[in-house]
Design a protein around this ligand. Structure first.
Ligand code: FAD
Ligand code: PYC
Length: 414
């Protein structure tokens, strides 16, 4: 694959842009692969990428029922932070955040990582105590966060109203190196790098069944025929439960819709990410000038990629009370994604009861930020059978009651 560079842009400009290569190929599936990954979202693609990069395993197919990045990876509000409470979470989310810092260079693809700072507002005394506790835990974990005062909040976000009608702003948990990245570019960058290593990304290829012999996975049935494999990774977010059922086991997951909306583009008004979890809304401004706004998760299980209408009203109300200047802003688009939620709001990266079959799911409302760290750990788990990054997130924790409770850090009301 030819490298992207400033020189390449000049070269192609001089020859009418006729020399660009396709970023990834669209091959027909082979009869079998060493590894098959189901789901070409960020986590599936990153898993494949680090299998190749860190372990030299490149006879890999990534099967996608729709188009790559068309699931939650292309539907999220792109917030990246690692301010979680428990040690195993801080380890995997901070690994991901630190990989994001150099991901564009690593992939030779601009993922537009913007470490502009993420702020989680504290609007009740309970939240103040909780975030102060998180800041202390983060200090011990080597994650750079601090609890900041209302006046510092106002300095960083001049458009905010500190004395709102319901909940005043009492401070915030601030992570200066948190931020955003372009979500599609993360999927595209990993896809291009995987294709460059000779891996097959097969789109429009739905997995409809999972084959096994003597308790060990042997392949999958798909809308493009049967494909054999030695190891299988199920990385299908909201549809993980459906795939697990095909493999003959159940996962402790609920699938619900989570939604987001964007406004018309406006001039720059806010250069950090703000999450207001008590009134419930979170917002950042995209490079195009749109306000990117996230709402709550549906209170009932479903597979619609829409989200309930009342969340739009609740989210917009929360934002208007926090940022009154937004009251006449017009909204342009709204959409939803199906998120896979566990009881402790932590992911599952694990072996399964079917030998050779692994799962990477349960990222719920917060897995975009984790993509590089999750791929790194999942690749190690699939290649070596264990990984320090994924150990605490195995399925065994549900049997043994070793939950990694992150219901506060999840930041989104469930
Ligand atoms: P996906 O990107 O959903 O990929 C899974 C893929 O599997 C899909 O493309 C799907 O088509 C495919 N698939 C499913 N079944 C099959 C099958 N049978 N055969 C073949 N392919 C199949 N996280 C953050 O960190 N920050 C945020 O700001 C944030 N905001 C969010 C806002 C919204 C509205 C939503 C919906 C989510 C948000 N998230 C956020 C969560 C984040 O988007 C997800 O956790 C993450 O993208 C999950 O990535 P994934 O690769 O596991 O799943
Ligand atoms: O996990 O930071 C997050 C998040 C923000 C919006 C949705 N999830």
């Amino acid at each position: 694959m030819k490298r992207y560079s400033a020189f390449a842009i000049v070269r192609e400009a001089a020859r009418h842009h006729l020399g660009w290569q396709r970023a990834w190929t669209s091959p027909e599936p082979r009869a079998s692969y060493d590894v098959v990954i189901v789901g070409a979202g960020g986590h599936g693609l990153a898993t494949a990428y680090y299998l190749g990069k860190n372990f030299g395993i490149t006879n890999v197919a990534i099967l996608e029922k729709g188009w790559l990045g068309g699931g939650n990876t292309g539907r999220n509000t792109t917030i990246i932070r690692s301010n979680y409470l428990q040690d195993p979470s801080a380890a995997i989310y901070e690994k991901a955040r630190s990989l994001y810092e150099t991901l564009s260079q690593d992939l030779n693809y601009n993922v537009m990582f913007s470490p502009r700072g993420v702020m989680m507002l504290a609007q009740t005394h309970h939240e103040v105590r909780g975030y102060e506790r998180t800041a202390h835990a983060n200090a011990l974990q080597g994650v750079e966060t601090e609890f900041i005062s209302p006046s510092r909040v106002k300095e960083l976000v001049p458009i905010i109203r500190l004395d709102g009608p319901r909940y005043p702003v009492l401070g915030a948990l601030w992570q200066p190196r948190g931020g955003t990245a372009r979500h599609d570019a993360v999927a595209w960058g990993y896809a291009r790098a995987c294709s460059d290593m000779g891996m097959h990304i097969i789109q429009q290829c739905e997995v409809t069944g999972i084959r096994s012999e003597a308790g060990r996975v042997s392949g999958v049935e798909t809308s493009k025929g049967a494909i054999g494999c030695n190891r299988l990774g199920l990385v299908a977010s909201g549809h993980s439960g459906v795939l697990a059922e095909m493999a003959g086991f159940r996962l402790p997951l609920e699938s619900v819709a989570l939604q987001a909306l964007v406004s018309e583009p406006i001039k720059p008004i806010m250069d950090v990410v703000v999450m207001a979890n008590t009134v419930h809304g979170y917002m950042s401004q995209s490079d195009k000038g749109e306000m990117v706004i996230g709402g709550g998760a549906d209170g009932f299980n479903n597979y619609t990629q829409r989200g309930s209408f009342h969340h739009i009203e609740e989210t917009v109300r929360a934002l208007v009370e926090t940022f009154p200047m937004l009251s006449r802003l017009k909204m342009l688009r709204q959409w939803g994604g199906i998120v896979d939620m566990t009881g402790d709001r932590s992911p599952i990266l694990s072996k399964t009861p079917l030998d050779g079959c692994f799962v990477n799911c349960g990222w719920g409302t917060g897995g975009f930020k984790a993509i590089p760290g999750s791929g790194w750990g999942m690749a190690e788990l699939m290649a070596k059978g264990h990984s320090p990054l994924t150990e605490a997130f195995s399925l065994a924790r549900f049997r043994e009651g070793r939950f990694v409770d992150e219901s506060v850090a999840a930041g989104v009301a469930h």
